[in-house]
Design a protein around this ligand. Sequence first.
Ligand code: ADP
Length: 163
Amino acid sequence: MRKVVAIYPGSFDPITNGHLDIIERGTRLFDELIVAVLVNTEKAPLFSAEERADMIQEILGNRAPKVRIATFEGLLVTFAQRQNARVIVRGIRAVSDYEYELQMALMNRRMQPEIETVFMMPSEAYSYLSSRLVREVFRFGGTIDGLVPPLVIERLRSKLVRL
Ligand code: ADP
């Protein structure tokens, strides 16, 4: 049978335990999961694409042999096709995610009908968690222990001290 390669795209600015939860669920379903870090995001990112990808690599280490980390620019479906990926994985936290995700999934399907988008729900413990909230809470001195890996806290600390 053909290997099923899935792509999990996002800004990951920075990666959170919610993202890691989806990655773990994804590796149970697919033969290979490419975590694809978006370079040209509309939002001005806190971390460069390389910094975001390096963090993910260091956190996953060799613990996740089915996961590959990449950065991409431009259309996701073009990148997915080049990687021979048949599935796009997205995480859905609350109903509020649904409308935007539905629009994107249907636009991607219009451009590339053979690629399916699969939505996955994280553990409810992470259902309110976003990279934006992590950045804001950390910036103003709140605790983000348990919401991101310790390495992310370290990187946030050195990044925000330098700003
Ligand atoms: P984007 O800028 O593409 O929304 P994000 O890095 O914010 O990128 O998120 C990437 C993907 O991970 C999206 O599908 C998003 O819905 C999902 N996601 C983000 N945070 C969580 C979380 N706490 N639990 C589950 N999925 C999440």
